[in-house]
Design a protein around this ligand. Sequence first.
Ligand code: GDP
Length: 523
Amino acid sequence: MASFEEELQNRRTFAIISHPDAGKTTITEQMLLLGGVVREAGTVKGRKGNFAKSDWMEIEQKRGISVTSSVLQFDFQGKRINILDTPGHEDFSEDTYRTLMAVDSVIMVVDSAKGIEPQTKKLFEIVKERHIPIFTFFNKLDRDGRPPLDLVDELESTLGINAYPMNWPIGSGQILSGLFDMYHNRVEVYHPKEGADRFLALNAEGTDLAEPNEIESAFAWNETQEEVEMLKDAGNEFDENQVLKGELTPVLFGSALTNFGVETFLETYMQYAPAPASKKTVDDKEVEPDDDQFTGFVFKIQANMNPNHRDRIAFVRCVSGEFERGMDVTLARTGKKLRLSNVTEFMADSRENVDTAVPGDIIGLYDTGNFQIGDTIYAGKKKVEFEELPTFTPELFMHVRAKNVLKQKSFHKGVTQLVQEGTIQIYTAWDSGDYILGAVGSLQFEVFQFRMENEYNTEVVLEPMGSKTARWISPDQLDPKMASSRNLLVRDRNENPVFLFENQFAERWFADKYPEVELEAKL
Ligand code: GDP
């Protein structure tokens, strides 16, 4: 048995950020195949018309492995890896952002034909704030993509991060021949001849093959050699410290679908990705992972959409100490004591219960309404309370009211609770006091509507206001006359004034008109 300290040093916890269709699912599957799947957590999917479906995923579903779960665990090179899902598409919500608060590093998957796409950029901005390592995989090399130099250039300029290519494609699409692996001084061959090694050594200078051999496309090989020379002369220096601070991203290429370059990528990730980090408390102390006291925080609450099962699941990132089933913990916000044997079950494959967990691991607690997003739990006597999770700037807004005016009381109760839980954000119009909901993904509105009906017995009417840009203004700079139909003035749940701008033009117009006013975006 490995000691607690060894277990802890062995954990790597990450999320994959990408735009839908870039290949997140495919590369996850390849990584699981490279490692041995240990366990996976179930997920409660909330899609229109299918809300009641709460399913603990079985390991064999799609090509042997399902990756639609919230947390997956696998072993690779003697390390234990936790992958946290960051749903895209219609599942995109604040939960996606919050998940990024619970990881120690991030993998960014980019489609080589499309480059940096909007959702990647959004997620990246959140990650960048945390100064954690980011590893980039340019995917789909088996298709004709954009020139690699363009891709790296775009990555640096669009995201404002330095890139360090560790390998470089030799052609793409039809003429993809391999990867020039500067880091290992070798060529990784795309279609190795039967019986031949898939790696070819380079000469000592790292400029050409060590022994005469054939690269499928001589044309691509020449071009790659030139580009690699250029990178060596003019590219960034490698600096591990900058990688750890998220200032320099190692860049690797490959094709997840044909399982090319994924292993090399994962090996590089393992080499530089950090073990679980410490976390700051409200009184500005750092809780170290090897601290004896068990602590963790709730980063996501998933409601079970089945009206027969009102329970919810709170996802807890373990921060310090060892978690043991049946242990007593205190909920820092309320002081309430909870025994985790009754209310806890790991989000494992439904037959499996897990008895211990270490920092970096995620545990799922069955919740009957105790937890809120950002809550700290701790074992023992010494109170620990972690810093609040950030709030995110919503982009979608809807007017909301109860359909039946006689339902005002349950309407208010439902709205208050769901807002506290982090399901959705609430604003009130400055003049009328009308309620306005804000979200980062449209699914949040559907979940809200469904839960209001099922848990609070209140039908709600939602009227879309479209997308807006929310900007906070300091109360002493505010003059309500600044508001107009293009910049609606509202209050957030803490009574702070916020402008909802119709579009960027409206925001710029405002900035020109009131140059002394400082507007602030949240994350
Ligand atoms: P996700 O939305 O990011 O999870 O993307 P998926 O992994 O579901 O991939 C989206 C589509 O791209 C699927 O049809 C995949 O088969 C395809 N795909 C993923 N990786 C590659 C790749 O390396 N090459 C090619 N040609 N297609 C890929």
